[in-house]
Design a protein around this ligand. Structure first.
Ligand SMILES: *[C@@H]1O[C@H](CO)[C@@H](O)[C@H](O)[C@H]1NC(C)=O
Length: 217
């Protein structure tokens, strides 16, 4: 009896979670923020890819290389598309995605479920379909979706619209919800994303580890 009850619960669990085949195990890799912040550029990202492979970290499952905030300009182009910052990323995002793929790695980008990113760059609220399509055309495999400058649009609407826009691209893209644990994301994150952050930013330090353990308890 216990066995069959468990089986029923398991099926139910699978049915309600976002199912795009990803996040069967936790995502691992490199994200630029806590080391480069807004100074990130394409040299840093290319070096990170080389280092991951040269150190053999890819064989241990560190497969994602994710550019965080500041890859995009504040302004969109005449067609309304996001554009990468030509000073720091002169060859654009597709070249970096191709480079990641040639090394067997996955490439990720960042945006915010708001009007601008935390660093004041172009973000995706109200542009979900257009942005998702553009990223897919570049070969993006992962989106970290932040929570800055969100106005008064409810979180489920903002994060749900991007989930649907990513699914509509036809490309399999890991969807990382970064709403800092707000808006009850623990209750709905699994239906909306492949992962959802439960707390504030971390940093390189033991207190960041203990803070997160306590906050998640
Ligand atoms: C990226 O920044 C480093 C310094 O941290 C610099 O040496 C390199 O030339 C820069 N690359 C680009 C494309 O701006």
């Amino acid at each position: 009896m216990r066995g069959s009850l468990f089986f029923v619960c398991l099926l139910f669990g699978l049915a309600v979670a976002l199912d795009n085949g990803l996040a069967r195990t936790p995502q691992m890799g490199f994200n630029s923020w806590n080391y480069y912040y807004c100074n990130v550029n394409e040299t840093h990202m290319a070096n990170a890819m080389d280092d991951i492979v040269n150190l053999g970290l890819d064989k241990l499952g560190y497969n994602y290389v994710v550019v965080d905030d500041c890859w995009a300009l504040r302004e969109r182009d005449a067609q309304g598309n996001m554009q990468s910052d030509p000073k720091s990323f002169p060859h654009g995002m597709k070249v970096l995605a191709d480079r990641a793929h040639s090394k067997g790695l996955k490439f990720g980008l960042y945006s915010s479920a708001g009007y601008t990113t935390c660093a004041g760059r172009a973000a995706s609220l109200g542009h979900e379909k257009q942005d998702a399509k553009l990223w897919a055309s570049w070969g993006v495999d992962y989106l970290k979706y932040d929570n800055c400058d969100r106005g008064d649009v409810p979180a489920k609407k903002r994060y749900g619209d991007m989930r649907d826009a990513l699914a509509a691209t036809g490309r399999t893209i890991f969807y990382s919800i970064c709403s800092w644990g707000t808006d009850g994301v623990a209750q709905w994150g699994a239906q909306y994303g492949n992962s959802w952050r439960t707390t504030d930013d971390i940093y390189n330090g033991q207190d960041a580890v203990t803070y997160n353990i306590v906050a998640n308890d």
